[in-house]
Design a protein around this ligand. Structure first.
Ligand code: NZQ
Ligand code: ZN
Length: 388
């Protein structure tokens, strides 16, 4: 049975090849002072920076740049961003990049008018904002996280070896998000497939929980099938607009809160992956790929009906004359085959994790209770060792 819920999505989204044109309609809604947030410079190479700056100038904005947001943005960078936005009296934070820029902009947005240290307040004490929030807009250049249409923000603290996500309220969601699938075509293959696996796993995290015949599960299965198919097309031809646009739209729906409405969710792959990320600074989607199969094979006996359904509905496994366990295992084998085909990293070792990090990664793993088996610490260690 579906649980009770409310649903609203506060982000206005513009999608397609002309999406950036709508920045002209959005910018006049905010004051003149804009902080342009971006990463390591890919937007200068692919022309997106010039296109955005042109529109900012046309609209008469007073722009300050906050560049160098790294993949897995850090608490130190966040503190720097707060100072930049404060000094500029920011009316709008415009993030141009992937999930890292968008997450970072949200973390800055709730910290500009707040005296507390942002890491301590939001990522250690998990407090909610109690100060004026600076609006965020996003021009997305990478499909994966869903950050463009959700309230999540993930920050890494290298001193503490922690990578923590805070899901804020709807007032922290981007006010608008601009998604042109062509902007993702300059992504290196590694980043494209890491994003694809991130999307797929977001869906899994919400699917592998609960035993009801829930409308969300049908939505999830449709999204998964679309991601599987379009990823294979995009690997063959990265310039295939249809595939890239389907991947980009699926990424948004995978984590814009819709498919989790009225049901429980798991998120343990993310907890394991993020803890590994805190130690290795590895690409987010790859950390998820490395821990997924050991985790799912471990919990399969506890969630057998759903893993069987996953095999039959998502992968088209032929269930004739097979036990439920055989069918379920074939589903995970099909998932593994697809992961290898698209070329995600299959082990934590390849991402730089070593045996002597395992205890620390286990300490950094937050254990959630929404999945088919609530792990104990020994199981976390076992799964991490199997992922090495
Ligand atoms: O730094 P730049 O130059 O922008 O290069 C980036 C970066 O090196 C590059 N890139 C992005 N778009 C490009 C491009 N290169 C060429 N052409 C383009 N069009 O790709 C690299 C990775 O970018 P990043 O933003 O780090 O990737 P992603 O979108 O995967 O974001 C990862 C961050 O989001 C968090 C992750 O933990 C990680 O910190 N997540 C946020 C979530 C949320 N808000 O709900 C949920 C996710 O589960 C995830 O945890
Ligand atoms: Zn993710």
């Amino acid at each position: 049975m579906l649980g009770n819920f409310s649903y609203k999505n506060a982000t206005k989204l513009y999608f397609g090849e002309d999406a950036l044109d709508y920045l002209r309609e959005e910018l006049p809604k905010y004051g003149d002072n804009v902080v342009l947030i971006y990463g390591g410079g890919s937007i200068k190479k692919n022309g997106i920076y010039d296109a955005v700056m042109r529109i900012l100038r046309e609209c008469g904005k007073n722009v300050v740049e906050d560049a160098g947001v790294m993949p897995n943005p850090t608490a130190d960078k966040l503190r720097e961003g707060v100072q930049i936005a404060r000094a500029h009296k920011a009316d709008l934070l415009l993030a141009v990049g992937g999930g890292s820029c968008c997450d970072y902009a949200k973390a800055v947005s709730v910290s500009v008018n707040c005296d507390d240290d942002p890491w301590d307040k939001y990522f250690a004490r998990f407090e909610e904002p109690d100060c004026a929030i600076v609006p965020v807009g996003c021009v997305l250049t990478m499909a994966g996280t869903g950050s463009e249409m959700n309230a999540g923000s993930v920050i890494t603290n290298h001193d503490l070896h922690l990578k923590i996500g805070h899901v804020f309220g709807e007032d922290v969601m981007p006010k608008f998000a601009i998604l042109n699938p062509r902007f993702t075509m300059s992504l290196p293959k590694k980043q494209m497939v890491a994003g694809v696996y991130d999307i797929f796993n977001h869906i899994c995290e919400q699917y592998f929980s609960g035993e009801d015949d829930n409308v969300s599960d049908y939505l999830a299965e449709g999204l998964m099938k679309s991601v599987i198919r379009n990823a294979l097309v995009a690997i063959e031809n990265p310039q295939d607009y249809e595939a890239r646009s389907n991947i980009m739209w699926a990424a948004t729906w995978a984590l814009n809160t819709l498919i989790s409405r009225g049901k429980t969710t798991d998120w343990m792959v993310h907890m394991l992956g993020q803890a590994a990320g805190a130690y290795t600074d590895a690409t987010h989607g790859m950390t998820l790929a490395a821990v997924s199969l050991p985790y799912y094979r471990h919990i399969l006996p506890y969630g057998l009906p759903k893993f069987k359904r996953f095999a039959l509905e998502v992968w088209g496994v032929d269930g004739t004359d097979k036990t439920d366990a055989q069918i379920a295992e074939e589903g995970l084998a099909a998932l593994e085959g697809w992961m290898r085909k698209i070329g995600v990293t299959m082990t934590l070792g390849e991402l730089g994790a070593t045996e002597d990090m395992i205890e620390g990664i286990a300490d950094a793993t937050i254990i959630l209770d929404g999945g088919y088996k609530v792990l104990d610490r020994a199981e976390v260690v076992l799964i991490l060792k199997e992922s090495l």
